[in-house]
Design a protein around this ligand. Structure first.
Ligand code: THG
Length: 367
């Protein structure tokens, strides 16, 4: 691929200079920023994440801050998951839908106070969406994108590293809960979360001028555990069955089709965006579902730029939305968004650049 030319529409991560110094080899655009996607050593980076600890610039996980007397009502309106039991200091993974019940995002909602929330968003202009909905509904909320940039520490040794920086108390943070902290005058929030199946923490930097300082502090503290740079791994996340909003979804995809049923509570109020459509979709039964694909291919293939058609008995039955060479299974794997007529164990063909590749459907996550 060609280089991305400099321009000021792309915002710069507070960790950018640090990632350059680490030898970042590729970026991907996300929320009008650049996210590191490789440091040039895929196998070593995968091993670090699955056996040790990896440090990620995920400043692209931008926050939409929602504040004001109607903040709680508004946040619930945006999310199909029932948030009534959410406590201050707790995060929840949610689905956001439009009026058709189609996914527009899958953020993590952080409840900071009774009248203050952050949506930690996937790649889509949710601030614009939220402003339009708040105005349409006549709600009293202030919306902005604050100066907040997550730095992820992921992998089985992540807890040791974060404890070395902030103290052993962080070991008591529960999954998706978060706490305020400070290191060397840098204000942060620490959450047990992150886009991998390996476990770890996200340190939300609250002062964009101190990104390189925070990176260096965590980097030095992590040296005994062999910490090194990495990024949300396309391989590990596929193996672990994590959804990539926008990568594995299109403008027709509802939560039922991509294994997010757990995050749809049909009893939430009628005002929740998309819930009335989702009740109908649930009653009719979704037409597509998401399964794994095990390809009959034991060699790595070039990166996927578009969805590939999936055929069965000569007919198109769905799409392969992402794929990678799995280091765990030592073959090409991927996600299928496919007709519910097709089941795990069924044989299919993936049509890649006009050529069929045979494979078998399986349950997610991969085992
Ligand atoms: N962290 C933060 N913000 C984010 C992401 C993140 N915003 C964008 C994107 N990632 C949102 N998508 C996801 C997808 C999956 C998960 C988190 C964010 C995730 N899922 C777990 C699973 O599916 O096993 C658990 C979900 C649950 O049970 O509640 O962690 O990574 N800050």
């Amino acid at each position: 691929m060609a280089e991305i030319g400099p321009n000021t529409r792309l915002r710069v991560s507070p960790f950018y200079e640090a990632t350059l110094k680490e030898g970042v080899a590729a970026f991907s655009p996300y929320n009008r920023m650049l996210m590191p996607t490789s440091y040039g050593h895929p196998r070593a980076e995968y091993d670090r994440l699955t056996k040790g600890v990896s440090l990620w610039d995920v400043a692209v996980e931008r926050q939409v801050a929602i504040e004001g007397p109607d903040a709680a009502t508004f946040t619930q309106m945006l999310c199909t998951r029932d948030l009534s039991a959410q406590k201050i200091g707790q995060g929840k993974y949610v689905a956001c839908c439009d009026y058709r019940g189609v996914l527009v995002n899958d953020p993590v909602v952080l409840k900071l106070a009774e009248d203050r929330f952050w949506l930690s968003i996937a790649d889509k202009d949710m601030l614009m969406w939220c402003r339009a909905i708040a105005a349409e509904r006549g709600l009293q909320v202030d919306l902005c994108e604050p100066d907040v940039s997550p730095l992820a520490v992921q992998g089985p040794m992540a807890e040791n590293v974060v404890a070395a920086v902030f103290g052993d108390w962080i070991r008591d943070i529960r999954f998706f809960w978060f706490e305020d902290a400070e290191i060397d005058g840098i204000p942060v929030k620490i959450q047990r979360s992150g886009y991998s199946g390996q476990g770890g923490f996200e340190i939300y930097l609250l002062d964009g001028k101190r990104g390189v300082d925070l990176w260096n502090i965590v980097r030095e503290a992590g040296a005994p555990w062999g910490i090194g740079p990495g990024n949300p791994s396309p391989v590990e996340r596929i193996e672990s069955g994590l959804l990539s909003f926008g990568g594995d979804t299109d403008d027709q995809t509802n939560p039922y089709e991509v294994r997010l049923e757990r995050y749809v509570d049909l009893h939430v109020p009628d005002e929740v965006l998309g819930i009335q459509a989702l009740r109908e979709i649930k009653a009719a039964g979704p037409r597509r579902h998401q399964l794994g694909v095990l390809l009959d291919e034991e060699e790595p293939q070039p990166g996927q730029l578009t969805w590939y058609d999936i055929h069965a008995q000569g007919q198109k039955v769905g799409d392969m939305t992402c794929g990678c060479f799995s280091f765990k299974l030592e073959r090409m794997i991927g996600f299928a968004l496919i007709s519910t007529d097709l089941k795990p164990g069924d044989k299919i063909e993936v049509i890649r650049h006009g050529a069929p590749v045979t494979g078998t459907l399986c349950e997610l996550p991969f085992r």
